[in-house]
Design a protein around this ligand. Sequence first.
Ligand code: ADP
Length: 396
Amino acid sequence: MKILVMNCGSSSLKYQLIDMENESVLAKGLCERIGIDGSKLTHQPTGKDKVVVEKDMPTHQTAVELVLSALLDPEHGVIKSMDEIGAVGHRVLHGGSVYSDSIVVNEDVKRVIRECFDLGPLHNPANLMGIEACEAAMPGKPQVAVFDTAFGQGMKPEAYMYAIPYEYYEKYKIRRYGFHGTSHMFVSKRVLDFAGLDKKSGKVIVCHLGNGASISASIGGKCVDTSMGLTPLEGLIMGTRSGDVDPAVLQFICNHENLSVDEMLNILNKKSGVLGVSGVSSDFRDIAAAEEEGNERAKLAFDAFIYRVVKYIGAYVAAMNGVDAIAFTAGVGENDARARERVCAPLGYLGVKIDAEANKTRGKEIMISTPDSKVKVMVIPTNEELAIARDTLSLI
Ligand code: ADP
C-alpha cells in the first residue's frame, strides 16, 4: 500500500509518497507560491533526477492536480495508476480539544478543523483547503487528518491551564495545546524501543530543536507536558520566535513604539529568538560561525537558547519525578554536536555522562551517553511524514 502525505501551508504544499511495504519514500516534493505569481513544483523521485515544473497554481486544487500528474508522469513519475495510492494523510495544525488521535476525515472532522481556524489562523484554513483539494482530485480515496496538537492532549489540566480568568477557557478554549506533536509522539515512542524502556512507565524528554523548537515530557509515550502553548510561540527560544516572555513586555513596547498587538506578535514570532538577540541570523549554523568570529551577541543568543533548554529539562524532570532518557531531534538536535554537548554539560546532577566521540555523529540514530550514564541520552531523527503515513495506514 502506498500512502500520500500532504502538508499544506497557505501558499505551499509539501508531499511525500511512501511505500508502506518497506516504509521507503518513492517521491517527495514541494509546490511553492500557490496563489502567487511565479509558482513552481519541485518533484524529486527517489533515485531519479529532480524535476522543476514552473506552472501557474492559482489554488491548492491546481497544486494537488500538478502533484498527482508528476507522480503519474511516464518519465519522472513513480506510479502507473492512481489506484496505487491507498489513502492520503494530511498534517493538520490544530484539532482543539476534540482530537487526541488521528482520524479519517468526514464532514464532522472538517467542521472541527474549521472551528479551529481561530486557534490556527495561518495553517488550519490551508490544511482544510488541502483536504478538500484531494477529495476533489481523488474522489472516494480515504483522507486522514493527523493533528499537531494530538500529543499535547495527554496533558492534565494543571499542565495545560493558564492561570487567567476561567471564563476565557470556557468561552474561547484558551489553554496550552502544544505543537510539534507528531514529532514528539514519533520520537518518544522510538526512544522507548531504542533505549529498551518500559512501554508504560518509561520517562522520556524529547528536545525538538530546529528553527521551531519545543520540548516534551512523556511517560510511556503519553504527554505530561510540552513547551508550546496556545500557539507555537511559548516555550523555548527558537530561530525567530521569542519563546516565553513576560506579557507586560508587549504592553511596554506597544506603548513606547506605537505598535499594535498584531504588529508586536509578528515581532515575537518572526523577528525574535536567536535572530532577534544576535541580529545575525535565525540559522544556527550562521550563529555558530558568527560566534567563532567573536560576535558577542551571537554568543549571547546561543547561550540563552541553551540555558532555556536546560531550564525546561530541569522542570520536566521535576514534573515526572525523574527521567530515564533524553532525546535530541530536528535540524539542530540531530546535527549540532556542540548544542547537545552544551545542553548536557549542566546535567551532571542527573548523572548524565556523554560519550564525546559518539556525540560527533550527525543525523543518525545513536546513543550518545556512556554505558554508565544514569540517564540514556540519544539522537533520534524525527520523521513526521512517516509518522503521518503510519497513522494513516493504521486507520484505513
Ligand atoms: P524547521 O523544521 O523548524 O524549519 P529544522 O528542524 O529543519 O527546522 O531545523 C533547521 C535548523 O537546523 C536551522 O537553524 C539550521 O541551522 C539547523 N541546522 C541544520 N544543520 C545544522 C548543523 N550541522 N549544525 C547546526 N545547526 C544545523
